[in-house]
Design a protein around this ligand. Structure first.
Ligand code: HEM
Length: 382
């Protein structure tokens, strides 16, 4: 079977496997403890369902795991997306269907919009990483004109990412995703297929993970947290992230190029910081890049609160409790609201944060606030 066909089949069978798992676990007392039994007696030809799925996953040649995951559910499922800046193509994120459709668990538009939103986010993030990636080879010239052009472009893309999140949150439920449908239907398909496997989650968005390792995230245990997700990533993603973890981050390289340590920046007095920024005005751009990254994370946190944590808190307050299958008190890989808040704060507390005392310029809240509409757009191809 050709790899592209195997990918299409992995998407479709992923929905089948998720549905079987969900309905088995809902119907069977204690079924959550034995998720693999959902597939008992189900064969494709001679092969038991999960072995067949594994064989298909292997045929994709990507290192896809033996269950549905972010790559098949979102990236392969949604058609190819193109990120444009005016007429210029910044990134293309391919899908494996060209029928213009988004497959979903129940065929409701809210689910399709959710998948499209997440893939659009990943596409913009891919553009950001493509713009910043070459700078990891540019030791020493990170404050040069060319590098700073890249930094400013990445800021523009991060502002567009934030806007994407905020625009979705501002839509009425019938044009985004009705809360009850998200909590009671959509999320309930993110069940385990086997005990301890990793269900699909936005946390498996590899471009977001890469950006954290490019820009740095000072949070104890973050690396091991990401490694915990590795089984659900593709081989190329695991390899790229692993090698980024071993390299210094871009802000670390900027400081090293100036002969400054992170500690010396934290301990510097105001006069020292003013002098530093005066001598190296490009530091302002780097600072604004990290601030834009943190703000995008803040907008994502807002989404998670609006669509998940707050509605569940309202249910708790009304004594309605949680769903028995997939809890709505945390994400599908176990991140709760407090963790998402901590990770967002860690992005705000970036390496160049001490410069906040002397930098007055800020990234625009949104591109539309500036009166000029964003030149960044994401469109579907085909
Ligand atoms: C309504 C929209 C969204 C909601 C309700 C939402 C909710 C969540 C939740 C609950 C988590 C914790 C996940 C876990 O435990 O596995 C999470 C994590 C994450 N989501 Fe989303 N999300 C949304 C949109 C998006 C989009 C569009 C993207 C991609 C651009 C995305 C990327 C991520 C990433 C990278 C994480 C890991 C945590 C982090 O890096 O901050 N999410 N999200």
């Amino acid at each position: 079977m050709p790899a592209e066909q195997a990918k299409r089949l992995a998407v479709r069978l992923g929905f089948v496997g998720a549905s079987l798992g969900r309905h088995y676990q809902e119907r069977t007392p204690e079924g959550k403890r034995t998720p693999e039994r959902a597939y008992d007696g189900l064969t494709v030809g001679d092969l038991p369902f999960r072995l067949y799925f594994e064989a298909i996953a292997e045929r994709t040649g990507t290192g896809h795991c033996g269950r549905d995951t972010y790559a098949s559910l979102v990236r392969w499922n949604v058609g190819t997306l193109k990120v444009l800046r005016g007429d210029e193509t910044m990134a293309v994120l391919p899908g494996v269907f060209d029928d213009g459709k988004v497959r979903s668990y129940t065929g409701t538009p809210g689910e399709e919009r959710f998948f499209l939103l997440v893939k659009k986010g990943e596409a913009v993030e891919l553009a950001i990483n493509d713009v910043l990636g070459p700078l990891t080879g540019d030791e020493g010239v990170l404050l040069g004109a060319e590098a700073l052009d890249r930094v400013r472009l990445a800021i523009e893309l991060l502002v567009a990412l934030r806007e994407l999140f905020r625009d979705f949150a501002a839509l009425p439920p019938e044009r985004s995703m009705p809360t009850d449908q998200f909590l009671d239907v959509f999320r309930q398909f993110a069940v385990h297929w086997t005990p301890g496997d990793v269900p699909p989650s936005g946390a498996l968005d590899p471009e977001a993970l890469k950006r954290d390792f490019l820009l740095g995230l000072n949070l104890d245990g973050y690396e091991s947290n990401v490694r915990r997700l590795f089984p659900a990533l593709l081989t190329a993603e695991r390899e790229a992230i692993e090698s980024m973890m071993a390299e210094p981050t871009l802000p670390e390289r900027v400081l090293a190029g100036l002969g400054r340590s992170p500690a010396s920046l934290r301990e510097a007095d105001r006069g020292d910081l003013v002098r530093l920024v005066g001598e190296h005005p490009g530091l302002v751009d780097w600072y604004l890049l990290l601030a834009a990254h943190a703000r995008a994370a803040g907008a994502h946190l807002m989404l998670s609160k609006k669509f998940l944590f707050k509605p569940q808190q309202r249910r708790d307050a009304a004594g309605l409790g949680d769903r028995p299958l997939v809890s709505n008190r945390s994400g599908t890989t176990g991140m709760n609201e407090t963790f998402l808040e901590r990770i967002t704060r860690a992005r705000q507390d970036h390496l160049l944060a001490p410069l906040r005392r002397v930098i007055t310029r800020e990234t625009p809240e949104t591109t539309t606030n500036t009166g000029v509409s964003s030149p960044i757009s994401v469109s579907r191809m085909g």
